[in-house]
Design a protein around this ligand. Structure first.
Ligand SMILES: [Zn+2]
Length: 450
């Protein structure tokens, strides 16, 4: 018995020494929510979405069984059924607008719509909004072909299914801040629905605290190289912010902050959420805003200065992406349900859920985080002000070496300043607020304090 106790003690000490390695079990109910995510439910949503034949943005809006209109109608009904189960907390709406022809991928004026499911925050003074999106529309090889079959099982019924499942699981578990799950339209025609949503948020001066775009999160095989991996998922984030001001650029250059944009901090946060809450899933941080020369629905948000990232399968399979369904030379092309991996989609859904459940429960970020540079010193002093929203138990000052991707150590304090015996020349620092239930805000990279 005594041996066992000693062993456990040594094990714990080892964990403390390595900083982040040992995590206490979470006490905010997030693990239970993640466990409630069902691969069977996800499969049923994807199969239903595929059954509409095509969800092309220019497809029929009035046919009750086929096309984007039927798919949107069904999605509304699904979200509404989860709203009923959650005692009406979830607010479900169809946001429609007139999209003019653009001479590119919209060849005539059309009516477009985003399907929105909003879980209002419990703290009415807290105006933060966390947005998770996926795109409902699908496409064929010819992006203007709006009539032929475009199943879009992985691209992006997988992401839409994740939105539905999160709404089902979390619909009766509101957090302090508001969460929006939005199935946008028109991604394949030029990120139109996401741009509409981002601009709407901006015009309304909404406090979008973070945005996560899920586009293809349920397919684990690589075309061409025959690789398979359902234990890793990519999170793309910008290093240098698209909407950076000249003053922010000057600060970035002066501090070496090119790897610490708010979106990069969000990506790290999501990676940490995988480690804490989702078994057998590791986030691979990709240091670029999206795939090589390609784009996605988070970009209209980063362009407007919001913190936003993209979550995508570790491997893409171009035999099944943007392809007409057909057989040629013994190969089956097309984005079909049979090529999906629902255990993988379950984990990636759980990852989204864990990140947003903690972010929306946590206090908002510490304000005016600054590094004291009034005198040269081998110590580092950071100071900040309390968050605008939420009750704070304390703060973590995070630290990592300059060549490391993830925060390596953290120091707890209940005060609003901390002096550490580590040189600011040799480490990066950030500060995050800790709520009374242990939930953590996004970390904030310090500005200069004189
Ligand atoms: Zn897509």
């Amino acid at each position: 018995m005594r041996c066992t106790v000693t062993a456990v003690f040594v094990f714990l000490l080892a964990g403390l020494k390595t900083g982040m390695a040992q995590e206490l079990p979470d006490d905010s109910g997030i693990s239970a929510l993640v466990r409630a995510v069902s691969a069977d439910s996800l499969r049923s949503y994807v199969e239903k979405l595929v059954s509409f034949g095509t969800r092309h943005t220019l497809s029929n809006r009035t046919d009750p069984e086929r096309g984007i209109g039927a798919a949107q109608h069904w999605l509304l009904q699904q979200f509404r059924s989860f709203s009923a189960e959650g005692k009406g907390r979830l607010k479900v709406t169809l946001d429609t607008w007139q999209q003019p022809a653009d001479g590119k991928r919209v060849n005539r004026p059309i009516v477009m719509a985003n399907v929105m499911a909003v879980l209002p925050g419990t703290d009415t003074a807290d105006h933060r909004v966390f947005i998770i999106t996926a795109h409902l529309d699908s496409r064929r090889t010819n992006v203007m072909d709006s009539t032929g079959d475009a199943p879009g099982a992985n691209d992006d019924a997988s992401g839409v299914a994740a939105l539905l499942e999160m709404a089902r699981v979390m619909g009766s578990h509101p957090r302090a801040a508001t969460i929006m799950w939005v199935a946008v339209s028109g991604e394949e025609q030029g990120l139109l629905g996401a741009a509409h949503l981002a601009e709407k948020m901006k015009q309304a001066h909404r406090e979008v605290a973070a945005m996560i775009n899920n586009d293809m999160i349920g397919q684990s095989t690589a075309g061409g190289t025959d690789l398979q991996d359902n234990t890793r998922v990519r999170v793309f984030s910008e290093g240098i912010p698209r909407a950076e001001t000249p003053a922010q650029a000057a600060l970035r250059r002066a501090t070496g902050g090119e790897n610490d944009s708010p979106s990069r901090e969000l990506a790290r946060y999501i990676k940490a959420a995988a480690d804490r809450y989702v078994d057998n899933l590791t986030v691979k941080l990709i240091y670029r805003s999206d795939r090589f020369l390609r784009g996605g629905d988070h970009l209209p948000f980063t362009e407007r200065g919001y913190t936003a990232v993209r979550i995508t399968d570790y491997y893409e399979n171009y035999t099944h992406q943007h392809q007409d369904v057909r057989k040629a030379n013994g190969i089956i092309y097309g984005d079909l349900t049979r090529f999906m991996d629902f255990a993988y989609l379950r984990k990636n859904t759980g990852l989204n859920l864990a990140a947003v459940a903690e972010l929306a429960a946590a206090p908002s970020v510490p304000q005016e985080v600054k590094m004291d540079v009034r005198e040269l010193s081998n110590k580092t002093r950071l100071y900040w002000k309390a968050p605008a929203h939420g009750r704070v138990k304390g703060y973590y000052v995070l630290m990592r070496e300059t060549d490391q991707p993830m925060w390596q150590r953290r120091f707890f304090t209940s005060s609003e300043t901390l002096i550490l015996p580590y040189s600011k020349d040799n480490y990066f620092f950030a500060v995050q607020a800790i709520g009374e239930d242990g939930s953590r805000s996004l970390p904030v990279f310090p500005a200069i304090g004189r």
